[in-house]
Design a protein around this ligand. Structure first.
Ligand code: ADP
Ligand code: MG
Length: 996
């Protein structure tokens, strides 16, 4: 393994080239700091000296600022951003656009030749100019959309930017990881990501997972001891490396290199600025675009052939007009902007989610969110408030309550019946609380404002400190000084410390606290009325009954115990392993030697009120076909009680424990259990992974919350890994797809609602865009194939009469594609998206019913447009309404203007109709002001194109009389009416299906 690392081909060279000159300079400056000194084989103090830092104080903030400027930000080089002009030009990168430009060039050449011959009809090559202008405007719109989406994405990544704890000016501060500089002192704790390379100078039970760097899957134990000789990366046990993660313990290290001057900087590939993360939805969009593109191109070719066969090409102008029409049709009708709009809509949605405390790291997680079918949630802090108060203390001689709420250490000890508490209970309570407050990593600090209190560390632990202070039990422990700790982990469910009695001859004592049912099994004695005696089976039963009783009342229980070691020397403890220097080796690894023969003192019952809003969120999720599952390390009865209080299970429902899970014989039995059980208690993080995998095997899309470092695998495996923003570790946040800024379960449900809404909106604009484009295609196709029938081509006339001009088609595309489609993407929810089952991820976005909508609307749109046209032409089905117009050409201009306008208006009515598959457009008709703004804008622009003389020439339009306008609006409105009628039938069908 180590060999492999050493033998990696030196990829340093190309990377250095890819770096900017400034980045190279910064790396050089960093290398000069240490020169040839290998920090792993030098004394930590010497390294500190070279780096000019006092390890106990850290750098000063001014010095850190100076170093940041000199050595550069602590980040890996990424590919330089694509310049703006390139991004703009990329908008034209489309084969259909190339084709259109080619056709336009041909028309321009034809115009020049005619002009030279002196018989050009037009003073300027209007078609060519208009087409190019429209293409430019289109590109600008596309560019703006893309920029907007990029902005949203980078705003998100700023929100999830990693942070690091360092020592500066003598205090531990949390800074942005990019601000770490050489010489900084990293303060490492379990769950942290190491954010630079550094030399350890202090460590306690420190273990670091270096798989990302060395491929070694087992975490490496780290110690500050200087190495005798240079070692391979995986064996440099006194060094920590950028990008690795702390799985256990604590440590401090002096940063020796940052950014590209780290080991990972040497081996990582260039991080490209744009990662490829095309989602199922994007893939489907690409697919649909492609299929439609082919279909539209075929139709365009058919149109071209039909024009040639039916009407015959007589002049070059005929050919050019037909060619331009066919190519423009293809450009207008192929929804090439789908993916861009999709990205913008997702990005806007994700921004909205972030405002509601749900930070989604990748755009496409939104799709998955909308499909979630089960949410696995932690209990403590997510479903509950994590505001812990010790309310009960149960000791061998009795049970008492503690008054006072919150963390203010003000309250009294009273009996359950309100009477004063006397010895022996009193004495036992004090011993219990003292043990709990000693075996404790929490801290209660007076807040900045008088009367406020800051909780440092785990609220469970701090609640015991508060209780100890209320009863003045803390006085008993001031004489103890901690010398070693065996930390709490969710697997062990207990913690112990070893403390020295400073008043005595310095004898050591073990103090332990943990889940009572667990801790009790390590006790063989009990403290009753000041005397220690062997614990009896009866004592055990009493204690376990008390645990059940408290748990049933939703109390979180915690037992306390102790054991005098009867020696002042750790090394004298029987069974203790010693290191080379004759001292106790890593105590945390010797839990077995310490945690046995304990003396039980009592237990506390801690109340942690459920979050009030969670009950509603659970109910909403349930309505939406999303099951809520609670997974906790807490006692099964506590878990079941809180779960039933929150509506996760029925009253009297039971929790399954980790032990019971382990006892299941096979996968089938496990899957059967997870399909039914919604509360898991006394589980370890490894169970989370098994549960999530089992749920996924059954076809669920599972969300899973986590905070601790051990939760990371489960969070990573879940379809939607959710990390806690406040209590979560860096490692978990990195594995997650979503971060809850407020740690609140309701936020997950809100995110699911939002995700479904975004998805619904995507369907809305797809329905709109596709039906509009299909309408355009059908209109042109019908206009060409039915030209004689409709009076478009007159008997006796020669040459081609196109139903719509190329420029008109492109204009429609410009007007209706961008603004209304985007407005629809931010539509307020019209339907109750939480009222139906989650969508399967494999379900097509554009399903059968949606294609039904699209084709139906497309046909209606073409019919009304062609009718409107025919009405203004002599011949055809309908009488000519433009009697005063002389000649077919003049009539054609007006008829085209009609068709042009009807088509635009039909799209606008279609926008209203497309907001729902089933629901009437009149429900919440005015709820989307963006859409109405877009509609208003389109109408105004259409008027401009029809009435401004210069534009009349450019777009081949003419002013319409008032009567004609009425016809336009009425005909276009048929689209809405027809859609309403269809929806009535669809709704009836839907009801029948629901009843069946
Ligand atoms: P959860 O986070 O789901 O509530 P934990 O793994 O934190 O579960 O806790 C499991 C059990 O371990 C608790 O019910 C409690 O009895 C015990 N416990 C929790 N925190 C501590 C702690 N800091 N020290 C000792 N025991 C603890
Ligand atoms: Mg916990």
């Amino acid at each position: 393994m180590e060999q492999e690392v050493e033998e990696r081909p030196a990829p340093v060279e190309p990377r250095v080239e890819a770096q900017s000159p400034q980045e190279q300079q910064e790396v050089q400056a960093q290398r000069k700091l240490l020169g040839d000194v290998d920090p792993s084989t030098s004394d930590a103090a010497a390294v500190a000296k070279l780096l000019n830092v006092d390890p106990s104080v850290g750098l000063s903030s001014e010095e850190a600022k100076r170093r940041l400027a000199k050595f550069g930000p602590n980040e890996l080089a990424s590919a330089p951003p694509v310049p703006k002009w390139k991004k703009f030009l990329a908008q034209f990168k489309d084969s259909l656009v190339y084709l259109l430009l080619a056709a336009t060039a041909i028309s321009l050449i034809a115009w020049i030749i005619e002009k030279a011959g002196g018989h050009a009809e037009e003073a300027l090559p209007f078609d060519a100019i208009v087409i190019v202008l429209i293409l430019i405007v289109n590109a600008i719109l596309g560019y703006i959309q893309e920029a907007k989406a990029e902005q949203a994405v980078s705003a998100l990544s700023e929100m999830t930017a990693p942070t690091t704890n360092v020592l500066r000016d003598g205090r531990v501060v949390r800074i942005a990881t990019t601000d770490v500089v050489p010489g900084d002192v990293l303060v490492l704790a379990e769950g942290d990501t190491v954010s630079a390379d550094g030399r350890l100078f202090a460590a306690a039970s420190l273990r670091i997972a270096e798989a990302s760097l060395t491929g070694e899957s087992v975490p490496v134990g780290k110690k500050p001891e200087t190495l005798e000789s240079a070692k391979a990366l995986g064996d440099r046990t006194n060094m920590v490396f950028n990008g690795t993660s702390v799985t256990q313990g604590t440590g401090r290290a002096i940063v020796t290199g940052t950014g590209m001057n780290t080991q990972v900087g040497k081996i990582a590939d260039l991080l490209s600025a744009t990662e490829d993360d095309s989602s199922p939805l994007q893939k489907e969009m690409d697919h649909v675009s492609k299929i439609l593109g082919i279909a539209v191109c075929i139709i365009a070719v058919v149109v071209l052939i039909a024009l040639a066969v039916m009407e015959g090409f007589h002049t070059t102008q005929d050919v050019i007009d037909s060619l331009l029409l066919a190519v423009s049709l293809a450009v207008a009708a192929v929804p090439e902007g789908l993916t861009a709009i999709l990205t913008v809509v997702l990005a806007l949605g994700v921004q909205r989610m972030a405002m509601h405390h749900a930070i989604v790291k990748k755009l496409h997680s939104v799709e998955t969110l909308g499909s979630a079918s089960v949410i696995c949630s932690d209990k403590t802090g997510t479903l509950t408030k994590n505001e812990m108060t010790v309310e009960r203390v149960v000791t061998p001689s009795g049970e008492v309550q503690l008054t006072g709420t919150g963390y203010a250490p003000e309250g009294n000890l009273i009996g359950l019946d309100g009477t004063a508490v006397v010895d022996p209970v009193r004495h036992e309570v004090l011993a219990t609380l003292a043990a709990g407050a000693l075996a404790n990593d929490g801290e209660l600090r007076a807040g900045d404002k008088p009367g406020t209190w800051d909780v440092i560390g785990d609220p469970t632990e701090v609640s015991i400190i508060v209780a100890a202070k209320k009863t003045h039990a803390d006085r008993a422990f001031q004489r103890f000084q901690r010398v070693a700790e065996i930390p709490f982990t969710s697997e062990r469910k207990r913690m112990s410390i070893i403390a020295k009695d400073t008043t005595d001859n310095g004898d050591l004592t073990v103090f332990a606290k943990g889940a009572p049912d667990v801790l009790l099994s390590f006790c063989n004695r009990i403290l009753v009325d000041g005397a220690v005696r062997p614990i009896t089976e009866g004592d055990r039963q009493d204690i376990l009954h008390a645990v059940d009783r408290l748990s049933n009342e939703a109390y979180r229980t915690l037992g306390e115990a102790y054991r005098p070691l009867e020696t002042p020397k750790l090394s004298a403890v029987p069974g203790m392993k010693l290191n080379a220097a004759g001292q106790a080796a890593d105590v945390a690894e010797q839990a077995d030697v310490i945690e046995h023969d304990l003396i039980w003192t009592g237990m506390v019952g801690i109340i942690d009120p459920p979050r009030v809003e969670v009950r509603d969120a659970v109910a909403e999720a349930h309505r939406a076909g999303v099951r809520t599952v609670m997974i906790t390390g807490d006692h099964p009865l506590t878990a079941a009680r809180i779960a039933s209080d929150l509506g996760i299970i029925d009253k009297g429902g039971k929790a399954l424990t980790g032990e019971q899970l382990d006892a299941l014989p096979d996968e089938a039995a496990f899957d059967k259990a997870t399909s039914q059980v919604s509360v898991y208690a006394r589980v370890a993080p490894e169970h989370k992974l098994k549960i999530v995998e089992s749920l996924q095997r059954q076809g669920n899309i599972a969300a899973m919350t986590g905070d601790g470092v051990n939760d990371a695998p489960a969070v990573k495996s879940a379809d939607i890994g959710v990390a806690m923003g406040i209590t979560g570790t860096e490692v978990t946040k990195e594995s997650a797809k979503m971060i809850l800024a407020d740690d609140n379960f309701s936020t997950i449900v809100a995110a699911i609602r939002e995700g479904r809404g975004i998805f619904e909106n995507i369907r809305k604009f797809l329905r709109y865009l596709l039906s509009s484009n299909v309408g355009e295609v059908f209109t042109v196709f019908g206009g060409v194939v039915l030209a004689g029938f409709l009076g478009i081509s007159q008997p006796g006339t020669q040459g081609v009469t196109v139903p719509l001009l190329a420029t008109q088609l492109l204009w429609i595309n410009l007007l209706t594609d961008a603004a209304p489609a985007l407005a629809m993407g931010v539509d307020p929810m019209t339907e109750d998206v939480m009222n139906r089952k989650p969508r399967k991820l494999t379900d097509r976005v554009i399903d059968g019913p949606m294609w039904g909508d699209v084709i139906y609307i497309g046909i209606i749109m073409a019919i009304v447009t062609l009718i409107g046209m025919d009405m203004h032409l002599s011949g055809g089905l309908f009488t000519d309404r433009s009697v005063d117009l002389q000649g077919h050409d003049a009539q054609m201009v007006e008829a085209r203007t009609m068709a042009f306008t009807i088509l635009v208006f039909a799209q606008l009515f279609n926008a209203l109709a497309s907001r729902s598959h089933l629901q009437s457009a009149f429900v919440g008709l005015f709820s989307n002001k963006w859409l109405w703004g877009a509609i208003g804008l389109s109408v105004v622009l259409q008027l401009v194109v029809i009435y401004v003389p210069a534009l009349q020439v450019a777009f081949g339009t003419t002013s319409l009389p008032a009567g004609a306008w009425l016809e336009c609006i009425l005909l276009a409105a048929v689209v809405l009416v027809a859609s309403e009628i269809r929806k009535i039938f669809l709704r009836i069908g839907d009801k029948r299906r629901q009843h069946a």
